[in-house]
Design a protein around this ligand. Structure first.
Ligand code: IMP
Length: 197
């Protein structure tokens, strides 16, 4: 089986990625098995740029295929914020309830139908210093009037997905993966991996 280094330090992302790639013919490796290095600066202006920065950085630690992803929440009425700064919105240590409250404050005058938002996940696969595959998954939804649900992670409790009539924190892990950004991007990666063997 092809070794694949999944270069993320985020346990929630890793859990989802493992689930999507469970059926792929790859031997998943994590950063725990790689030399310890500081995290790279995510200086890109887009998810795709940051995914590539991380894949090239961590890919230099190994001869194996290496995948990195960058993801986040874009809210149209906030000009795309928090976007690539989703993990750092209000500071890296800010709680999600505090972030939800600030988003609701900023959206106070925005009617329900104009609260469009999307989650985006860009991934980049690198080997021997070269980009081998890149793709992006997105899911469109609305910012809910209040946080609901205890599943998922991050901004899931305020992301209302109309086809399910629930937030992504109110659905099962499998339901979320079948429609959401990370599930879609890593399914495309699984297809690409299948085509290589
Ligand atoms: P990154 O590590 O710079 O890619 O930051 C991603 C951040 O976006 C996470 O820390 C979450 O705040 C948010 N995010 C990304 N994907 C999801 C998701 O599936 N659900 C909820 N929040 C997410």
């Amino acid at each position: 089986m092809t070794p694949l280094l999944v270069a993320t330090t985020n346990a929630d992302k890793l859990r989802e990625i493992r689930a999507v790639l469970a059926g792929a013919a790859v031997d998943l490796r994590t950063l725990e098995a790689a030399p310890r290095v500081p995290e790279p600066e995510e200086s890109g202006l887009t998810f795709a740029e940051n995914a590539r920065i991380k894949a090239l950085y961590y890919g230099a630690l190994t001869s194996h295929l290496t995948v990195a992803e960058d993801s986040g929440l874009e809210i149209d009425a906030l000009g795309g914020e928090p976007g690539v700064r989703s993990a750092r919105f209000l500071g890296p240590g800010a709680s999600y309830p505090a972030r939800f409250a600030e988003i609701q404050r900023r959206l106070a005058e925005v009617p329900e139908h104009a609260r469009q938002a999307r989650f985006v996940c860009a991934l980049s696969v690198v080997q021997d210093g070269e980009v081998r595959f890149e793709t992006t998954g997105t899911i469109e939804g609305l910012i809910a009037a209040e946080a609901r649900g205890i599943g998922g992670f991050g901004y899931d409790p305020i992301f209302f997905y109309p086809p399910f009539g629930r937030t992504l924190a109110e659905v099962s892990a499998a339901e979320k993966l079948s429609v959401a950004h990370r599930g879609l991007a890593f399914s495309a990666l699984a297809d690409w991996l299948r085509g290589r063997v």
